[in-house]
Ligand binder design. Sequence first.
Ligand SMILES: [Zn+2]
Ligand SMILES: [Zn+2]
Length: 305
Amino acid sequence: MPPDSTKRAEPAPETGSILSVAKTERTEATEKTELFSLADSHTHLESSEFDGDREQVFKRAWASGVRYLVAIGSGSGPHRLRAGLEMAEGRDWVYPTIGIHPHEARLATEEHFAELARLAAEPRVIAVGEIGLDYHYDHSPRDAQQTVFRRQLELAEANRLPVVIHCREAWPDCLRILEEQWKRTGLGGIFHCFSGSFDDARRGLDAGFYISFAGPLTFPKAADLRDVAARVPWDRVLVETDCPFLAPVPQRGKRNEPSFVRYVAEQMGIVRGVSAQEAAAATTRNFLTFLGKIRRSGRSAAAAS
Ligand SMILES: [Zn+2]
Ligand SMILES: [Zn+2]
């Protein structure tokens, strides 16, 4: 869940983007299909913003080349811990997480933690998230955020699951907690909608994290963020929409959706000096590697290999 919320709007028609050209080229060869496929590493499709056309949104995602989609399970609060699992139901290309967002840390009860523990055992769950710290909004007191964050790290470790981290204006505390409590597990995870400095990214990389970039990478004023994206090791970069929030240019201001992740991948290609196709292929490959590292047998990750 991100800062800006966006207005509801109809998605624009197909544009002549490089990736859509690539898409039409991948015809027979399965290998080529994989090459140009996209992974959206962070979505909130359970959001009420999609109540009117959710099925169409999934269809457009698939049609645009999205083959892997993470359904974040923090929903609208800890009373909705199954939000990601519900999105994944009947869709084998959707990978659910479970977790309590730092915004709602103040609402977390023992019952919610007990439910999290139960849900962590569900074989399709790929991560605990999004969890972390948000000192920009401070929707929950910081000590409550830290307690709920730490408890969910314990839960993730007990279940051998990686974590999806939300961090805004809280890098010193977030990185300190991860270095104290998480790094040694070797389970890693994803820094989602990354907004920190390269030094923050480097500490995350050292702790085993992938760095995922969202719509802000395409924003005109985000030169610093693009500099960071250019320097993160190529095998640790992911892309995401964080939909319905933060739609990338040229869809900025509209409701975001997974079919727009290609604009983030295209921008990543520009930033890294590679083609859009190569950026899509690399980030998708990285996502598959991330899934492959999830150790628990019988989880959906095994099916992705
Ligand atoms: Zn977030
Ligand atoms: Zn989110």
